[in-house]
Design a protein around this ligand. Structure first.
Ligand code: GLP
Length: 258
């Protein structure tokens, strides 16, 4: 894992937008795994500047991590609407190539199975963008999720519902269930890119990056992935025992340009 401690996620967004722009220029049909939440926003905003500068993302496919069950896709609080508002529209993606699990399907488990199949038929995810929940969830894979899980229905933890209540008028309105890519699904992506900011993520980040690999902290599964980059700001890095070492590694990164 490459763990990079940054002053702000804006800094991380700039670096990664540049890298993603290069990847997309080389392969215009790149498949991106898309996360909602505040953490990836600086990346999306930085990419928007590349798009304004001529980067064509029309043939890029996107697969969102998750969706609530119980609210319509057309509801502005759905992740379908969020991805459209924050990613598809601003980055000029072709809406037909952007997928979000169908949380309002008559049979959500069938919808989850279709989603798995769609990811496979697109050739798999090249770069999976991730945030982390304050309870260590990835997507909506709450503590206790199988590390080998595939896209399926999950029950949201009380902490996650409280964290997400800011998008709803009352806590009671926050859905209790969702469809989420499984941890096994996420781990199939060729590269993982995780962003975390703020003190509320410090405990989850420490457990995910330095704790045991365990379903107690679902994000810890990324320790088993061969290509992971994690950007954390100083507050989210506060619980990392090896923070100074990660900074040292970053300062002394071998030059691979020659
Ligand atoms: C939600 C999403 C996750 C996201 C998490 C953190 O629960 N399902 O995919 O990573 O929130 O969000 P934020 O980046 O806003 O802290």
């Amino acid at each position: 894992m490459e763990i990079i401690i940054v002053e702000s996620l804006e800094e991380a967004g700039e670096v990664e937008a540049k890298r993603l722009a290069r990847i997309i220029n080389e392969n215009p049909e790149t498949v991106l795994g898309l996360a909602t939440g505040s953490s990836p926003l600086p990346l999306y905003q930085a990419m928007e500047r590349y798009v304004s500068g001529g980067l064509n993302m029309r043939n890029v496919s996107g697969f969102a991590l998750d969706e609530y069950i119980g609210i319509a896709a057309s509801d502005e609080r759905s992740y379908t609407a969020t991805i459209e508002r924050e990613v598809t529209g601003p980055l000029g993606l072709n809406p037909e190539l952007v997928h979000v699990p169908e949380g309002d399907a008559a049979d959500p488990q069938q919808a989850a199975d279709r989603y798995e199949a769609a990811i496979k038929s697109a050739g798999g995810v090249d770069v999976q963008i991730l945030g982390i929940g304050s309870d260590g969830h990835l997507g909506f894979n709450e503590p206790g999720s199988s590390l080998a899980s595939r896209t399926r229905i999950k029950t949201l933890s009380q902490l996650t519902r409280e964290d997400n209540a800011r998008f709803f008028s009352t806590l009671d309105e926050v859905p209790r269930h969702c469809i989420t890519q499984g941890l096994g699904t996420i781990m199939d992506a060729r590269q993982l890119l995780l962003f975390a900011q703020g003190a509320t993520k410090a405990e989850a980040i420490a457990a995910a990056l330095e704790g045991p690999v365990s379903s107690r902290c679902p994000a810890s599964v990324i320790q088993l992935h061969p290509s992971v980059t994690v950007y954390v700001d100083n507050s989210a890095a506060a619980g990392l025992e090896l923070a100074d070492f990660y900074k040292y590694i970053h300062r002394n990164k071998p030059d691979q340009s020659s």
